[in-house]
Design a protein around this ligand. Structure first.
Ligand code: T1G
Length: 655
């Protein structure tokens, strides 16, 4: 066996006439210019050397190839381009096998599709996630994948950006063999025994005939979820094209669309989101701080929020101790958590063994002393300062000296809660979003006295939960609810100024929100916010603009969807504009002698984005949020802001 090097990132060894080419370009083995050039050089070598009978492509560790190098987008293209490398692999005179050791994503899977055989480790992840970046596969994915697995399955994977396990990819026909152990040895043995067999070139295969229905269904399913994004629709069109055009024509059209989308606003927004996600949760100076070990998580309060948090912690492998005040409440809490797991079983996301394993790690008790074993205790009780401070004072006496205490408060001041305890340095905020077992967003509140290793532990915990942690300082409502308040305030100003709720909602929904603001209010119910406004009335600045319309709706018993009427009415459950609400709005305007203006959808969106971005700037100036990208992620993952617009900070800056 002799070692060869073809570029900084491409090396190879020769074993019994089989050239095993390894791509080594940390961190994700992206297809940079050096990788592409090195692959070409390795193929040149294999072509010329008569002793080489076959080639294997592989990667080190748990990544085969993570895809094109996203950081190269926007820079002038450097030859050889990826489609050239891929065409060379497919047309190569000797057999080329992909030994897929780990993630084969985007351009990584496109390389593998052009190989003549694909072997994979069961742990590998396979997919063409390009639509998540606002683009379509740009190196043959839309043309080769349907040739292997049919148009309906290809649409499902490509237009949804779905990533699947190697086992699933094997069932679909993407992977030829799953290899449990010694992937490279197995690939070498197979290559040697197959040197004289004809090569199966994916691009030369016809697209298998699918019946029309599954293709139409995959198409409709993908487009319904796209919420106005362009890439999924283009992906569907390109896959359909594969069946009716030659490989060359299909590749040319794919490239044209890829380049157009790559340079679009939508792709720029989604790239911003991609990199913002990878930066989120990073805190300067915290890299070197070791987190505390967390194995047992106590959760005080197993209502809607607490049971969701418990399910999330059980899913992540923690032991969970839930605490309630009575045995009866503890039984109910256990039932709620079991119910969440059962729902996961029904929907096929969890098997019975997984469910039973989780329940085996769960205790729900009426005795708070059980928390003595917890490494982290999260409270999820009624959001009242006295209730919470008393609870934390009790916890202080029960838990171990090195245990961490977290509050899930939405609106209270965690510094005030911490100040009432003996060890404020061990207190941190963990603001989950409901349902806590589903929603990815988690605001990690760095309180005035939180110790660095407590913050590091909270971040490590949230990562293990699979959450997207955003660190924020203490302020009323933290990042999300503060921006949401500014957004809501501005929308209500606009109502007074002349827009109607359904006009604002239509503008927001056309922009990409799943639901307009006033429809969301109606769904959530109007009473809680009304009660808060009444509490705040005494301390409100009398000179500040205040819109009374929401209060009037509540006074008229219009508490939202559950009451059958709120900002809209709901005959037969259908959201309908109600003339009574319009009259009430007009009366409120008249009382203030406001002459109503009309607003275009674009003006509505621009004004709301500006309100959100101004509040975001204030959060940055106050040091509550560390980065504009963090604010964007909060609004995208917690409040329905369309990810393909990049978040309010990104979108407002581009207008
Ligand atoms: N290009 C450049 N940098 C990338 C990258 C990429 N494709 N993927 C990740 N990074 C950086 C990331 O910013 C981070 O940097 C570090 O690598 C580790 O990432 C022609 C058009 C492979 C599953 O969409 O899904 O192929 O913060 O924390 O958890 O059709 O990265 O350390 O400075 O995410 O181990 C399609 C994107 C591209 C896959 C690994 N491919 N990547 O997860 O690490 S488009 C993708 C991932 C394409 C062709 C086209 C994940 C991962 P930093 P990480 P990880």
């Amino acid at each position: 066996m002799s070692a060869l090097r073809f570029s900084d990132t491409i090396s190879a060894t020769l074993t019994d006439g089989v050239l095993v080419v390894t791509i080594d370009n940390p961190p994700v083995n992206a297809l940079s210019a050096d990788v592409r050039a090195g692959l070409m050089a390795a193929l040149d070598h294999a072509e010329k050397d008569g002793a080489i009978v076959a080639v294997i492509l592989t990667g080190p560790g748990n990544i085969f190839i993570g895809g094109a190098d996203i950081k190269e987008f926007g820079k002038p293209p450097v030859e050889p381009l990826l489609p050239q490398v891929i065409a060379r692999i497919e047309d190569f005179s000797k057999p080329v096998t992909a030994a897929i050791n780990g993630a084969a994503l985007g351009g990584g899977l496109e390389v593998a599709l052009a190989c003549h055989k694909r072997y994979a480790a069961p742990s590998a992840k396979i997919g063409l996630p390009e639509v998540k970046l606002g683009i379509v596969p740009g190196a043959g994915g839309t043309q080769r994948l349907p040739r292997l697995i049919g148009a309906a399955a290809a649409i499902d994977l490509i237009a949804n950006g779905r990533i699947v396990s190697a086992g699933h990819a094997h069932k679909l026909g993407i992977i030829d063999s799953l290899i449990e152990n010694s992937l490279i040895d197995a690939a070498i043995a197979a290559a040697k025994s197959a040197v004289d067999l004809p090569l199966r070139r994916t691009g030369k295969l016809p697209v298998p005939e699918d019946s029309k229905e599954p293709i139409d269904k995959a198409d409709a399913d993908a487009l319904r979820k796209a919420r106005g994004q362009h890439a999924p629709a283009e992906a569907v069109r390109l896959v359909r094209l594969a069946a009716t055009s030659s490989l060359g024509e299909g590749l040319a059209e794919e490239r044209r669309i890829f380049v157009k989308l790559r340079d679009s606003e939508e792709a720029a927004a989604l790239r911003h989101v991609f990199f913002a996600e990878r930066t989120a949760g990073k805190v300067d100076g915290l890299e070197k701080v070791a987190p505390r070990k967390i194995e047992t998580v106590g959760i005080v309060g197993t209502g809607l929020m607490g049971s969701g948090i418990a399910a999330a912690a059980l899913n992540a492998g923690y032991r969970v101790v839930g605490i309630e005040q009575t045995h009866e409440a503890a039984d109910k809490g256990r039932d709620r958590i079991t119910g969440i797991l059962d729902k996961a079983v029904q929907s096929g996301r969890l098997d019975m063994a997984g469910r039973d394993d989780r329940l085996g790690r769960l205790v729900v008790a009426a005795d708070a002393q059980e928390l003595a074993q917890a490494d982290l205790v999260i409270e999820a009780v009624f959001d009242d300062l006295t209730v919470k401070t008393e609870l934390f004072q009790r916890l202080d006496r029960i838990v171990r000296a090195d245990a961490i205490l977290a509050t899930n408060t939405s609106y209270l001041d965690p510094n005030a809660i911490a100040a009432a305890t003996a060890h404020p340095e061990r207190i941190v905020g963990l603001h989950f979003f409901s349902p806590a077992n589903i929603m990815r967003l988690l605001e990690v509140v760095n309180c005035e006295k939180t110790a660095p290793d407590v913050l590091a532990s909270a971040l490590a915990f949230s990562k293990r939960l699979g959450k997207l942690p955003i660190v924020c300082g203490v302020t009323e409502g933290f990042i999300g609810n503060r921006i949401f308040s500014a957004y809501r305030r501005e929308a209500e100003f606009m109502i007074e100024d002349g827009a109607l709720p359904h006009e604002i909602d239509a503008a927001l929904e056309a922009y990409g929100f799943p639901m307009g603001l006033f429809a969301v209010y109606d769904m959530a119910g109007l009473e809680i916010a009304w009660a808060r406004r009444k509490r705040q009335a005494a301390t409100r600045d009398p000179a500040a603009r205040y819109v009374t319309i929401a209060d009037r709706l509540c006074e008229a018993g219009r508490f939202g969807q559950k009451a059958g009427r709120g900002w809209y009415s709901y005959p037969d459950g259908k959201r309908t504009v109600d003339p009574e609400v319009t009259a009430l709005i007009e009366a409120a305007r008249a009382e203030k002698s406001i002459v109503p203006n009309s607003f275009t959808a674009d003006e509505i969106v621009t004004r709301l984005l500006k309100a959100m971005a101004d509040e975001g700037e204030a959060l940055l100036a106050e040091g509550i949020a560390a980065r504009a990208g963090d604010i964007d992620l909060v609004m995208i993952n917690g409040y329905g802001f369309p990810s393909h617009k990049g978040g309010p900070m990104f979108a407002a800056a581009r207008r």
